[in-house]
Design a protein around this ligand. Structure first.
Ligand SMILES: NC(=O)c1ccc[n+]([C@@H]2O[C@H](COP(=O)([O-])OP(=O)(O)OC[C@H]3O[C@@H](n4cnc5c(N)ncnc54)[C@H](O)[C@@H]3O)[C@@H](O)[C@H]2O)c1
Length: 282
């Protein structure tokens, strides 16, 4: 079992409840661990029910007596979000923290041999709409429903948007370049990623003034790339762009989550915290 080292400090989240979107993915699990370590109750949500239940069981292995609520939620659907809002009321939970983490991660293919759809010239409108509806519109809808809920409770709250180092720097398309492929077949980081992550920073600034007088703060966290067994060639090229000389470990954002979601960051509002090994400082 992981200890709760933050009892009685500004990081103490006992008595608070947090909702995380996209909780069944790589970082959603880590965000939940971070909050549970601070004594927070968590509502883990995702569109993928099977992975969500797996995530709950893994979390319970670490925190057998923690309050972990599970609800399938599609962030693109206001009805689905609303049903989680009703669930929160039914459970008599007082929502204090929202982490907008869900995204469709457009994996860049590394063995392209036909038309490369990630390229701007070919990028389908359907993909643009889908990815924006999850990464950006989904965050807006969750802020609308759950931010309004925090407002009604009257106890303030914290909204945290998970952006990326690509919210402030352009993708370096050389990272994705494959040998022996003509330009038109070269895969790229799609345009949607930059647009969504920059948009989340805009949403963060907007919300930081919108409900500030009601005690609701909003910040974003911009992680750099997490090592997850990506191809060696890609990792080698990426770490050359990172002053610390390596990709992040998935657990390295936990302490930032704890800081941003607790009173430890009580005077921080409207900011985009970059944790990228220094990549964006170059
Ligand atoms: N992993 C990284 O290297 C990295 C780096 C920078 C930023 N980020 C950002 O961190 C966040 C989490 O990344 P991750 O690596 O854990 O991604 P992931 O793909 O592992 O997890 C994303 C989760 O979102 C869920 N999801 C997709 N569509 C959804 C929908 N309509 N409604 C609800 N949930 C939906 C997926 O089922 C998945 O579980 C993302 O916003 C990502 O852009 C990740």
């Amino acid at each position: 079992m992981i200890a709760q080292p933050f009892k009685g400090t500004a990081f103490d989240l006992r008595g608070k409840t947090a909702l995380i979107t996209g909780s069944a993915g790589l970082l959603g699990f880590e965000h939940a661990i971070a909050l549970l370590e601070c004594g927070c109750a968590v509502i883990i949500t995702d569109i993928d029910q099977a992975k969500l239940l797996e995530t709950k069981n893994k979390l319970l292995d670490h925190f057998p007596s923690a309050s972990i609520f599970v609800h399938v939620m599609d962030v693109t659907s206001q009805d689905s979000i609303q049903s989680v809002s009703t669930f929160i009321d039914d459970q008599k939970l007082d929502l204090h923290i929202l982490i907008n983490n869900a995204a469709i991660d457009p994996k860049v293919r590394t063995n392209s041999s036909s038309t490369e759809f990630s390229r701007l010239e070919n990028f389908p409108l359907s993909q643009w709409n889908l990815q924006i509806s999850v990464g950006l519109t989904g965050a807006f809808l969750c802020c609308k429903v759950f931010g309004t809920k925090m407002l009604k409770y009257g106890n303030g709250g914290v909204i945290l948007n998970i952006a990326s180092d690509l919210s402030v720097i352009a993708p370096d398309q050389r990272l994705y370049k494959q040998p022996n492929l003509p330009d038109e077949f070269q895969p790229v980081k799609p345009v949607t990623y930059s647009v969504i992550k920059s948009g989340l920073v805009g949403l963060t600034r907007y919300l930081s003034t919108y409900w500030a007088d009601k005690g609701i703060r909003c910040n974003s966290l911009s992680p750099g790339g997490v090592y997850n067994h990506q191809p060696r060639d890609f990792v080698d090229k990426l770490v050359d762009l990172i002053p610390i000389g390596r990709m992040a470990h998935k657990s390295e954002y936990r302490s930032a989550i704890q800081f941003l979601c607790s009173d430890a960051s009580s005077y921080m509002n409207g900011q985009n915290l970059l944790l990228d090994g220094g990549r964006s400082a170059l």
